[in-house]
Design a protein around this ligand. Sequence first.
Ligand code: HPA
Length: 269
Amino acid sequence: MRELKEAVKFLQKQYSETATVGIVLGSGLGNFTEEIQIEKEVEYKDIPHFPVSTVEGHKSKLIFGKLSGKTVVAMAGRFHFYEGYDAAEIIFPIRVMKLLGVQTLLLSNAAGTVNPGHKVGDIMIINDHISFFTPNPLIGKNIMELGTRFPDMSEPYKRQLIEKAKAIAIAHNFDVKEGVYVAVTGPTFETRAEYNFIKVIGADVVGMSTVQECIAANHAGMDVFAMSVITDIGMIEHHNTITHEEVLEAAKNAEPKLAIIFKELVAAI
Ligand code: HPA
């Protein structure tokens, strides 16, 4: 809590307005920051106790500004378990956002699909998740000031925001999927047997982020909305290989749809 407060105090000195919406941009989706009227940028390395992002395709700064008339804070570049950060480090920025005044958290990521109804470039709104393959970020002493020891997870992704996002897609004549995201550690993509397993356990897509952030946000009482951009097909009958470059390219191509949903969702909050 002391470290969180130091980071928050530092950021409040850099930018005095209160951001009520937080945004986390996933792999290949960093260009969304161009939609924000940027008022202040703060490099992660300058923020006390903040981890620093290392993966290609991710920037490393916190952006404050206006989106659809609201004051927002966006993470250009997030922290992944496979980079070597522990769960507490991964959720540190989410908790900082909460203490800065953020009430609604919008998350995005690139994901592989095991749902035969999906294709590369689709957007899937996450309506639930499976977190059993990555450590729960709330393990350890509970910070009571943030939330309860045993948080309810019956609605990890706010139903009202999901419905609004679907309506936005319909109004703009594009298709969105809805489904379950399973988080894995990476950095390997899955074997065919693993993709098959993921399908069998009831997930639609798989990725290496989002879930720990969602848990921390729920713990702290924030409303969460999350979207996956489908960047690869992970079904057993597809004998395809996957590269990080392909993931970034597919995410970049789907970004305009993501931008419409985020912008209009923020306007409606
Ligand atoms: N698996 C895990 N993470 C991913 C994938 C995938 O197929 N695609 C993008 N991120």
